[in-house]
Write a protein that binds this ligand. Structure first.
Ligand code: ADP
Ligand code: MG
Length: 149
Protein backbone atom coordinates (compact mmCIF):
# COMPACT_ATOMS: atom_id res chain seq x y z
CA UNK A 1 0.00 0.00 0.00
CA UNK A 2 1.40 3.34 -1.10
CA UNK A 3 -0.28 6.47 0.24
CA UNK A 4 0.53 9.43 -2.03
CA UNK A 5 0.07 12.99 -0.75
CA UNK A 6 0.82 16.37 -2.25
CA UNK A 7 -1.26 19.09 -3.91
CA UNK A 8 -2.73 19.12 -7.40
CA UNK A 9 0.08 18.74 -9.91
CA UNK A 10 2.57 17.35 -7.40
CA UNK A 11 3.06 14.27 -9.57
CA UNK A 12 0.97 11.57 -7.88
CA UNK A 13 -0.58 10.27 -11.09
CA UNK A 14 2.75 10.48 -12.91
CA UNK A 15 4.40 8.35 -10.23
CA UNK A 16 1.58 5.80 -10.53
CA UNK A 17 2.03 5.80 -14.31
CA UNK A 18 5.70 4.97 -13.87
CA UNK A 19 4.94 2.16 -11.48
CA UNK A 20 2.28 0.66 -13.75
CA UNK A 21 4.59 0.89 -16.77
CA UNK A 22 7.47 -0.66 -14.82
CA UNK A 23 5.23 -3.57 -13.84
CA UNK A 24 4.36 -4.22 -17.43
CA UNK A 25 0.97 -2.70 -18.22
CA UNK A 26 0.22 -1.03 -21.49
CA UNK A 27 -2.36 1.71 -21.89
CA UNK A 28 -3.30 4.90 -20.20
CA UNK A 29 -3.15 5.77 -16.51
CA UNK A 30 -5.37 8.62 -15.35
CA UNK A 31 -6.52 9.59 -11.87
CA UNK A 32 -9.59 7.51 -11.00
CA UNK A 33 -11.24 10.66 -9.70
CA UNK A 34 -14.75 9.57 -10.63
CA UNK A 35 -14.44 5.82 -10.63
CA UNK A 36 -12.46 5.92 -7.32
CA UNK A 37 -10.67 2.68 -8.21
CA UNK A 38 -8.98 1.29 -11.29
CA UNK A 39 -6.95 -1.87 -11.55
CA UNK A 40 -4.15 -2.56 -14.02
CA UNK A 41 -3.23 -5.94 -15.44
CA UNK A 42 0.27 -5.79 -14.03
CA UNK A 43 2.18 -8.38 -12.04
CA UNK A 44 1.44 -7.80 -9.22
CA UNK A 45 -1.88 -6.09 -9.95
CA UNK A 46 -1.87 -2.35 -9.21
CA UNK A 47 -5.06 -1.01 -7.63
CA UNK A 48 -5.12 2.76 -8.19
CA UNK A 49 -7.38 4.69 -5.81
CA UNK A 50 -8.14 8.41 -5.76
CA UNK A 51 -9.50 9.81 -2.49
CA UNK A 52 -9.82 13.38 -3.75
CA UNK A 53 -13.61 13.36 -4.10
CA UNK A 54 -14.51 11.02 -1.31
CA UNK A 55 -17.07 12.76 0.85
CA UNK A 56 -16.96 10.01 3.37
CA UNK A 57 -14.27 7.47 3.87
CA UNK A 58 -16.94 4.78 3.98
CA UNK A 59 -16.92 4.84 0.20
CA UNK A 60 -13.38 3.45 0.20
CA UNK A 61 -14.50 0.53 2.30
CA UNK A 62 -16.97 -0.40 -0.46
CA UNK A 63 -14.31 -0.59 -3.16
CA UNK A 64 -13.26 -4.14 -2.39
CA UNK A 65 -9.68 -3.05 -1.82
CA UNK A 66 -9.12 -5.49 1.03
CA UNK A 67 -9.86 -8.43 -1.23
CA UNK A 68 -7.47 -7.10 -3.88
CA UNK A 69 -4.73 -6.67 -1.27
CA UNK A 70 -5.37 -10.16 0.07
CA UNK A 71 -4.87 -11.42 -3.48
CA UNK A 72 -1.46 -9.74 -3.61
CA UNK A 73 -2.29 -6.44 -5.30
CA UNK A 74 -0.29 -3.27 -4.64
CA UNK A 75 -2.59 -0.36 -3.79
CA UNK A 76 -1.57 3.16 -4.78
CA UNK A 77 -3.78 5.78 -3.17
CA UNK A 78 -3.77 9.40 -4.36
CA UNK A 79 -4.69 11.88 -1.63
CA UNK A 80 -3.86 8.99 0.66
CA UNK A 81 -3.52 11.22 3.72
CA UNK A 82 -7.31 11.53 3.71
CA UNK A 83 -7.67 7.80 4.13
CA UNK A 84 -4.66 7.14 6.34
CA UNK A 85 -6.59 6.02 9.40
CA UNK A 86 -8.66 3.68 7.28
CA UNK A 87 -5.66 1.85 5.82
CA UNK A 88 -3.67 1.56 9.01
CA UNK A 89 0.04 1.55 9.74
CA UNK A 90 1.40 -0.80 7.12
CA UNK A 91 1.95 1.59 4.25
CA UNK A 92 4.60 3.59 2.46
CA UNK A 93 3.83 7.28 2.87
CA UNK A 94 4.96 9.31 -0.12
CA UNK A 95 4.68 13.10 0.16
CA UNK A 96 5.39 14.89 -3.12
CA UNK A 97 6.14 18.55 -3.66
CA UNK A 98 7.41 20.73 -6.47
CA UNK A 99 10.72 22.39 -5.60
CA UNK A 100 9.60 25.96 -6.15
CA UNK A 101 12.96 27.64 -6.68
CA UNK A 102 14.02 25.19 -9.37
CA UNK A 103 10.60 25.32 -10.98
CA UNK A 104 10.66 29.11 -11.09
CA UNK A 105 14.10 29.15 -12.62
CA UNK A 106 13.17 26.73 -15.40
CA UNK A 107 9.52 27.46 -16.03
CA UNK A 108 7.48 30.33 -17.37
CA UNK A 109 6.65 33.23 -15.09
CA UNK A 110 3.32 31.62 -14.24
CA UNK A 111 1.42 28.43 -14.60
CA UNK A 112 3.79 25.84 -15.95
CA UNK A 113 6.06 25.60 -12.96
CA UNK A 114 4.33 22.55 -11.56
CA UNK A 115 4.80 20.73 -14.84
CA UNK A 116 8.50 21.60 -15.10
CA UNK A 117 9.91 21.71 -11.60
CA UNK A 118 12.04 19.21 -9.79
CA UNK A 119 10.12 17.07 -7.30
CA UNK A 120 11.00 16.67 -3.67
CA UNK A 121 9.64 13.35 -2.50
CA UNK A 122 9.58 12.47 1.19
CA UNK A 123 9.10 8.77 1.78
CA UNK A 124 8.31 7.32 5.20
CA UNK A 125 7.80 3.68 6.06
CA UNK A 126 4.89 2.74 8.28
CA UNK A 127 5.41 -0.69 9.83
CA UNK A 128 8.37 -3.09 9.68
CA UNK A 129 7.82 -4.58 6.23
CA UNK A 130 7.98 -1.16 4.63
CA UNK A 131 11.04 -0.16 6.67
CA UNK A 132 12.96 -3.03 5.04
CA UNK A 133 11.67 -2.16 1.58
CA UNK A 134 12.46 1.52 2.10
CA UNK A 135 16.11 0.73 2.86
CA UNK A 136 16.29 -1.10 -0.48
CA UNK A 137 14.53 1.78 -2.22
CA UNK A 138 17.11 4.28 -0.91
CA UNK A 139 19.97 2.03 -2.07
CA UNK A 140 18.38 1.80 -5.48
CA UNK A 141 17.79 5.55 -5.69
CA UNK A 142 21.43 6.22 -4.82
CA UNK A 143 22.53 3.68 -7.42
CA UNK A 144 20.38 5.50 -9.99
CA UNK A 145 22.14 8.75 -9.10
CA UNK A 146 19.19 10.41 -7.39
CA UNK A 147 19.82 12.84 -4.58
CA UNK A 148 18.54 10.48 -1.90
CA UNK A 149 19.07 10.92 1.82
N1 ADP B 1 8.90 14.31 -11.59
C1 ADP B 1 8.35 15.16 -12.47
N2 ADP B 1 9.14 15.97 -13.21
C2 ADP B 1 8.59 16.84 -14.09
N3 ADP B 1 7.26 16.97 -14.31
C3 ADP B 1 6.44 16.17 -13.63
C4 ADP B 1 6.93 15.24 -12.66
N4 ADP B 1 5.86 14.60 -12.08
C5 ADP B 1 4.77 15.12 -12.68
N5 ADP B 1 5.09 16.05 -13.61
C6 ADP B 1 4.14 16.84 -14.44
O1 ADP B 1 3.30 17.57 -13.55
C7 ADP B 1 1.98 17.61 -14.03
C8 ADP B 1 1.01 17.10 -12.96
O2 ADP B 1 1.33 15.76 -12.61
P1 ADP B 1 0.25 14.73 -12.02
O3 ADP B 1 0.99 13.47 -11.87
O4 ADP B 1 -0.99 14.72 -12.85
O5 ADP B 1 -0.08 15.38 -10.60
P2 ADP B 1 -1.12 14.93 -9.49
O6 ADP B 1 -1.65 13.58 -9.84
O7 ADP B 1 -0.33 14.94 -8.22
O8 ADP B 1 -2.19 15.99 -9.48
C9 ADP B 1 1.96 16.79 -15.30
O9 ADP B 1 2.03 17.69 -16.39
C10 ADP B 1 3.21 15.94 -15.22
O10 ADP B 1 3.72 15.66 -16.50
MG1 MG C 1 -3.65 12.90 -9.95
Amino acid sequence: MLLLSGGLGAGKTTLTKGLVAALGAVGEVTSPTFTLLRTYATEPVVAHVDCWRLEQLGEVADLGLDELLDDGAVAVVEWGEAAEQLFGEDALHVVMDVAKDVGDAQGDAQGDDAARGVRVVTVTAGGPSWAARLARLVDRALAEGLDAR
